[in-house]
Design a protein around this ligand. Structure first.
Ligand SMILES: NC(=O)C1=CN([C@@H]2O[C@H](COP(=O)(O)OP(=O)(O)OC[C@H]3O[C@@H](n4cnc5c(N)ncnc54)[C@H](O)[C@@H]3O)[C@@H](O)[C@H]2O)[C@@H](O)CC1
Ligand SMILES: Nc1ncnc2c1ncn2[C@@H]1O[C@H](COP(=O)(O)OP(=O)(O)O)[C@@H](O)[C@H]1O
Ligand SMILES: [K+]
Length: 503
């Protein structure tokens, strides 16, 4: 599991790694530059005019090494040196010396920054990295403003966009990258939605520092990747019957909002549930039966909203429950929900309106168990815990909530963050902006409920569910882009199993 460590720990990490491997810091920088170039070659053509903007620290050193390697590969490269000659780090200096004579390198004066015209297709930002310790000013600020305003260029940040602190929210200006190629592990601040316009697409380039070195700086934050989920999947034998794959119950829906629970149910079936049943208000029975023949449906007493009384006998036959999508927040839905949560003690995914109802109730602890998973998006989350100043605070509050209530909290969005009561947080690496479409969250509810029902255990169910939901979204959007809708994500779930190589 890839650790997300603090930027401040990286110097010590480098020193330990270098000492144990018996290599120089220059070699490590060369590895980083090579990893960047391997990625770059897959993206850009040799005819592209590449401007590499280098500062005076090790980020600048990376940029210089990248420039030298790309130039040798035949790219049309120009180096721009920003920030003057003061405080040039040793490896940056060495890489300045290693620049081939024929590779153009221009020292940018303040006047050049103000007046120079650039004719570039690709701008590579290696001005400042994780060593940034104050808001940008002077030449760096002016250069960043100028580069951000260049039309028709691709902007790539080396390690982290210049100006962005690695663990805090941005104050002031920063380089606006289309892609950030970050070394070894994604920096914490790259996970914040406030920084979306600066980070662009995130690519993590492995520079060979093993987890053994990272672990000593662990902050209990992890980046969830494919290799972390494949082994968490259960194997089912050739003799498995539908009971082995779990019986799940999806509870929700209201008059005019029946699609949400239907999508959750279909997603659970596509994720592998043996049997899916829906509990809805009576107006939903015909709709669901007609639109999803694979499921069973029963209803609570009233027509438009879930309500008391409902049939409680036999609820224990369900291995897991997903509750909330489309259920509304009426008083009758509230009575129903609170009663249901007290009645069904098995694992549950609590989503959407079920969260909104809990948010207006005091003492919600009594309704939540250790196998329960809350899946709020940011607005739903803030209804639970109050308005947050920024995403960093939201992430802190998510962890506090999970610890205080002993349940799992899935804060949805780009890089969905999963908080566990043991104090760990996992940031998802899959998914894309095309999943920002109504119903995508209902699909996630169905998927996690399905894994819970299949007997995955809460941790594996949530990690597999969140990762695979994002993967299904990526697969669905390959040929649909912003035309992707939630049912496309459901249709892509089988392909996500194929991609993962899970039978
Ligand atoms: N293990 C890793 O992650 C590796 C990191 N490397 C690179 O090293 C970088 C970090 O290098 P450094 O620690 O030298 O830091 P930087 O290259 O980010 O720059 C630090 C220098 O900039 C100054 N500075 C900070 N904020 C400033 C501001 N707002 N305006 C002007 N100057 C400012 C600092 O006083 C210091 O002199 C990483 O981002 C990465 O690119 C790689 O070379 C190799 C391995
Ligand atoms: N930009 C994005 N990148 C990655 N995943 C996203 C993005 N936007 C939305 N998603 C995912 O799509 C889902 C949306 O859920 P939600 O907001 O609850 O939708 P709804 O309420 O319409 O079902 C979440 O799982 C979220 O992580
Ligand atoms: K940078």
């Amino acid at each position: 599991m890839l650790e997300i460590i603090s930027g401040a720990a990286v110097k010590k990490l480098d020193t330990d790694f270098i000492a144990e491997k018996g290599i120089t810091s220059h070699r490590l920088m060369e590895n980083a530059a090579q990893a960047f170039c391997d990625w770059f070659e897959g993206e850009y053509h040799r005819n592209d005019k590449v401007g590499i903007f280098c500062g005076h620290g090790n980020n600048g050193g990376d940029g210089l090494a990248i420039g030298r390697l790309l130039w040798r590969k035949g790219y049309d490269v120009i180096i721009f040196l920003v920030g003057g000659d003061a405080k040039v780090s040793a490896d940056c200096r060495l890489n300045r010396e290693l620049l081939p004579d024929k590779l153009p390198a221009i020292s940018m004066s303040s006047d050049d920054i103000a007046h120079m015209e650039f004719d570039l297709n690709v701008v590579v930002d290696a001005m400042l990295g994780i060593g940034v310790n104050r808001p940008l000013a002077g030449d760096f600020l002016n250069m960043v403003i100028k580069l951000n305003a260049l039309p028709n260029v691709n902007r790539v940040a080396v390690d982290i966009p210049t100006g962005l602190p690695s663990d805090e929210c941005l104050e002031g200006e920063a380089f606006k990258a289309d892609v950030t190629v970050t070394f070894q592990y994604p920096k914490f601040s790259l996970m914040f939605p406030e920084h979306a316009a600066f980070v662009g697409i995130l690519h993590v380039a492995n520079i060979g520092i093993g987890n053994k070195f990272m672990r000593q700086f662990s902050q209990n934050r992890y980046y969830l990747q494919r290799k972390d989920v494949v082994s968490r999947h259960l194997n089912f034998s050739r003799f498995a019957h539908k009971g082995d794959f779990g019986r799940v119950l999806l509870v929700g829906g209201s008059y005019g909002s029946m699609g949400a629970i239907r999508m959750a149910a279909e997603a659970s079936l596509r994720t592998g549930s043996g049997l899916a049943t829906c509990l809805v208000p009576s107006c939903g029975v015909d709709i669901l039966q007609a639109s999803l023949p694979e499921i069973q449906v029963f209803s609570s007493s009233s027509e438009k909203y879930l309500s008391l009384p409902y049939v409680k006998e036999g609820l224990e036959r369900f291995d897991a429950v997903g509750i909330g999508p489309g259920m509304g927040t009426t008083a009758e839905a509230e009575d129903f929900l609170l009663d249901f949560l007290m009645t069904f003690k098995g694992p549950k995914v609590i989503d959407a309106d079920a969260i909104n109802i809990l948010a207006r109730n005091k003492g919600i602890q009594q309704y939540l168990g250790r196998e329960d998973v809350l899946t709020p998006h940011i607005k739903e989350f803030e209804r639970l815990v109050g308005i947050c100043e920024n995403h960093k605070q939201r992430l802190e509050k998510a962890l506090e909530f999970s610890k205080a209530h002993g349940c799992v909290l899935v804060l949805k969005g780009a890089h969905t963050c999963i908080s566990f009561p043991d104090g760990t947080q996992y940031f998802n690496s899959t998914g894309n902006k095309h999943m920002a479409t109504g119903g995508a969250g209902d699909v996630l509810t169905g998927m996690i409920t399905s894994f819970l029902g299949q007997g995955y255990g809460v941790k594996n169910a949530v990690l597999c569910g969140v990762y695979q939901h994002g993967l299904a979204g990526e697969i669905a959007s390959v040929d649909k882009k912003r035309g992707t809708i939630a049912t496309d994500i459901i249709k892509a779930i089988p392909k996500s199993y194929v991609t993962l190589g899970v039978d």
